[in-house]
Design a protein around this ligand. Structure first.
Ligand code: ZN
Length: 165
C-alpha cells in the first residue's frame, strides 16, 4: 500500500511527454507509479480538474531573506515552487559586515518584515536559514565584494555605493 495517491489529475510528468489524465502513487518522498491503476494508498487526494506536476524550480527568486523569517513562509510551496536559487543576481544577505548590514537593512528593510539584518558570514546565514522549499544558495557578488548599488526606491533611483573598509 502506497503512502499517497493523487487521483484523476491531468499529469505533466516534467519529461516533455504530452499531458494525460492519470493517477500518481507516492511512497515517502518518491513517485513510485503513474498510470490508470496505481494501487491503493493510505491517503488519497482527488485532483479532478487540476494539474499534477513535479515541483517547479524558480531559478531567480530574490527570496534570500525569506528563510530568515520567524514563521514558515509556505507561499512558494503553495505556488508549486519546490526548489529555488537565490543570490545569483549579485545580491544576497550574506556575508555582511557592519556597513553592509546597515545598508541592506535601510534599503531592503521594508521588504523584509521580521528579519533582523545583521552582519555575519555565509555560514551563519546557512545555519539560520530554513530549508523549505529546497534552496540553492549562492553568495551574491555585491555581498562578497561589499559593493552594493542601491535599488530604485520610492525616493528615486539612487546610485549610492557602500564599500567595505
Ligand atoms: Zn535578480
Amino acid at each position: 500500500m502506497h503512502d499517497l495517491a493523487i487521483t484523476g489529475g491531468m499529469v505533466h510528468d516534467g519529461l516533455g511527454s504530452p499531458r494525460r489524465r492519470a493517477n500518481v502513487a507516492i511512497e515517502g518522498d518518491r513517485v513510485v507509479a503513474v498510470g490508470d491503476d496505481v494501487g491503493r494508498a493510505r491517503r488519497t487526494i482527488e485532483a479532478d480538474e487540476r494539474f499534477v506536476a513535479p515541483g517547479f524550480v524558480d531559478a531567480h527568486s530574490h527570496s534570500d531573506a525569506l528563510p530568515l523569517m520567524g514563521q514558515p513562509q509556505p507561499f512558494e510551496l503553495l505556488q508549486g515552487v519546490t526548489t529555488e536559487v537565490v543570490g545569483n543576481c549579485g545580491f544576497s544577505v550574506a556575508p555582511l559586515d557592519d556597513t553592509s548590514a546597515a545598508y541592506v537593512a535601510e534599503a531592503w528593510g521594508d521588504l523584509l518584515p521580521g528579519v533582523a539584518v545583521a552582519p555575519g558570514s555565509f555560514a551563519d546565514y546557512l545555519d539560520h536559514a530554513s530549508t523549505t522549499p529546497d534552496r540553492r544558495t549562492t553568495s551574491g557578488h555585491s555581498s562578497t565584494t561589499g559593493r552594493f548599488v542601491s535599488p530604485p526606491t520610492a525616493r528615486g533611483v539612487s546610485s549610492r555605493r557602500v564599500r567595505w573598509e
